[in-house]
Design a protein. Structure first.
Length: 161
């Protein structure tokens, strides 16, 4: 299961960095808002904080602290991945690790994370995000589903007689 998780983490990290490079060099040069559909735009947002822009206007040390925290979380998730016994858990952890690494690379390179996907409806915009953020979100969803299924299976097991 470790190979599956690591392969997925590397794939997500590479896809995330390729998409961000494309956005920075080709699509958003110069920065603009590109309307793709009535509910989806491409934008360029530099997020120096965490989810939803929290801590975005903080000290210059925040990106370094967030980078150290992300690296520590990746190490912890990798240790968990090495113990994973199911494909679902390995997939979830691989997605989360890959997303965390993709955003970590941005923080180390730029001091901020490149976000560019903007979903909106009825005048409300979800905070801009990127491939890494999407992978983390899907990974957490898979992790929750796996824990619910595993928990149900464990509860249905009858004790030995």
């Amino acid at each position: 299961m470790t190979r599956l998780g690591v392969a997925l983490a590397l794939l997500i990290t590479v896809l995330d960095q390729i998409s961000k490079s494309w956005i920075l060099t080709d699509v958003m040069n110069p920065p603009t808002v590109i309307t793709v559909t009535p509910f989806f735009n491409l934008v360029l947002v530099w997020n120096r904080g965490v989810s939803f822009g929290i801590l975005n206007q903080s000290s210059v040390w925040i990106p370094w602290l967030l980078s150290a925290l992300a690296a520590a979380i990746c190490v912890g998730l990798f240790i968990w991945l090495r113990r994973a016994e199911s494909r679902w858990l390995a997939t979830a952890l691989g997605l989360i690790i890959g997303g965390a690494l993709g955003n970590l690379v941005d923080r180390l390179r730029f001091g901020a994370v490149v976000d560019f996907l903007d979903v909106h409806a009825f005048g409300y915009h979800w905070p801009a995000f990127n491939v890494a953020d999407a992978a983390i979100t899907v990974g957490v969803g898979v992790l929750l589903i796996d824990s619910l299924i595993t928990g149900r299976e464990e509860r249905n097991v009858e004790p030995p007689q």
